[in-house]
Design a protein around this ligand. Structure first.
Ligand SMILES: Cc1cc2nc3c(=O)[nH]c(=O)nc-3n(C[C@H](O)[C@H](O)[C@H](O)COP(=O)(O)OP(=O)(O)OC[C@H]3O[C@@H](n4cnc5c(N)ncnc54)[C@H](O)[C@@H]3O)c2cc1C
Length: 400
């Protein structure tokens, strides 16, 4: 496969670089560098979104008519790669990458006209209410009850692992409107305002010590029926379509950037005696092997990208990219933690405080390796566990 850029693509890359040079302030770059999961803190991801909104580059994956960029698949890939290389903050994917494309296909005209521009401008901040304590992989067994009452549904129950629910003012949500037939048949898809009376958000603190996920409780919460997407009891069709967008995405660029960070830290002196981990042959081989696998991942992404160029949605290929991408990410995290060795346990934030007697390791990136490792343990679970993705591929791709 020839990955050389055409002159037009090279010119586009230069335009992107000039834009990033000019607009990615040191504060924004720092926020990007210190991000230890898929989610940058709300204040910073919205600050970056504002910059992109002004330029018209918030949603490269959206069609032009809804405010997308009209870029080719290659241009989108260049954009993602350059943003990763520069370490920009991550925009929250829940509205722009998941809810947006779903609304374009299933939303009413009124819903599209209202929500899509607000999503682009960052006026609404979304969370995803799919999982429940007894419904994760087996999502169709969800129980959050919605009873019809005039123009509203009345909701009682709970959602769990809801990322950034404490920041969000909007949730898209799966509810049970009928429990009589097959589990998939009684599910309805709703959009709801997180300020509605009866909603309570409780934090779940992760192993990395961060507040990113929550449990959300619903106690007689009234949601207007005009906020339903699709037909009553037909939410499963909508839910599955949206998941394809959650699972897809480009991993290779961020994996490559990850390898560069590891190399940088491993090239720093650790003990003052001139020894560097990068000079250790066994370690160097580990990095080289990972780099080869990332290259293979990049080729796979280009192959899928060529198929998407015709305007298709990702389909089961998203399961393959998700599985391979998250496994590679976790492999790199293990190498990264090895790079900082026993300093993985020390608080590197403290190490960088004036007067600290803890010796910081190499460049500042070193201090995010351990929380990133811990957060990314979840990468093979969220968005549908990798075991479940393998089941999907076996069925839909291999026909087993
Ligand atoms: C950090 C994080 C953020 C999240 N954010 C959100 C969010 O914003 N919104 C939301 O709705 N959800 C969110 N989730 C939930 C996530 O989608 C679920 O955790 C996931 O679907 C797995 O469900 P579960 O946790 O109930 O595990 P289970 O479904 O109980 O799975 C337990 C184990 O059994 C395996 N297993 C289950 N079924 C099968 C099968 N059929 N074949 C083979 N193996 C199987 C699984 O792979 C797993 O190893 C998040 C989760 C995490 C960890």
């Amino acid at each position: 496969m020839n990955l050389d850029l055409t002159p037009a693509d090279a010119a586009f890359r230069d335009e992107v670089r000039a834009f990033l040079d000019e607009n990615l302030t040191p504060e924004l770059a720092q926020a990007g560098k210190l991000t230890t999961s898929v989610f940058t803190d709300k204040a910073w991801n919205l600050a970056w979104q504002k910059v992109l909104y002004k330029k018209g580059w918030v949603a490269p994956n959206w069609p032009l008519e809804y405010g997308g960029t009209g870029w080719t698949e290659m241009q989108k890939y260049i954009w993602t790669s350059e943003c990763t290389r520069y370490g920009t903050p991550n925009l929250s994917p829940i509205g722009l990458r998941m809810c947006g494309p779903m609304l374009m296909k299933f939303g009413t005209k009124e819903q599209k006209d209202y929500y899509l521009p607000r999503m682009l401008a960052g006026e609404d901040y979304w969370c995803q209410g799919y999982s429940e304590p007894g419904a994760g992989s087996d999502l169709a067994s969800l129980q959050l009850k919605a009873v019809s009452d005039g123009d509203d549904y009345v909701l009682n129950g709970t959602k769990i692992w809801t990322t950034h629910a404490h920041f969000a003012n909007m949730m898209f949500c799966l509810v049970r409107t009928d429990a009589s037939g097959k589990p998939q048949q009684g599910i309805t898809f709703l959009l709801l305002d997180m300020k509605t009376p009866g909603i309570k958000v409780e934090p779940i603190i992760t192993l990395a010590g961060e507040h990113e996920v929550n449990q959300v409780f619903f106690d007689d919460v009234r949601v207007p029926k005009k906020n339903r997407v699709g037909e009553e009891n037909d939410g499963w069709t909508v839910a599955k379509y949206l998941l394809e967008f959650e699972r897809g995405g480009a991993f290779a660029a961020s994996l490559e950037a990850g390898i560069e960070k590891i190399r940088e830290v491993a090239a720093s002196e650790r003990s003052g005696d001139g020894r560097r981990l990068i000079d250790d042959a066994t370690f160097a081989r580990k990095i080289a092997e990972a780099a080869i696998e990332v290259k293979a991942m990049e080729m796979t992404e280009h192959r899928v990208m060529a198929e998407l160029a015709g305007g298709k949605n990702p389909g089961p290929a998203s399961s393959m990219l998700k599985t391979r991408g998250t496994e590679m990410r976790q492999r790199l995290d293990e190498i990264a933690v090895e790079t900082i060795a026993f300093y993985a346990g020390a608080d590197q934030h403290d190490a960088r405080m004036p007067g600290s007697n803890v010796d910081p390791i190499g460049p500042a990136e070193g201090m995010v390796f351990m929380p990133t490792y811990l957060n990314n343990r979840a990468a093979s679970i969220y968005g549908g566990s990798n075991e479940v993705q393998r089941g999907i591929m076996a069925k839909l791709v291999l026909g087993l």
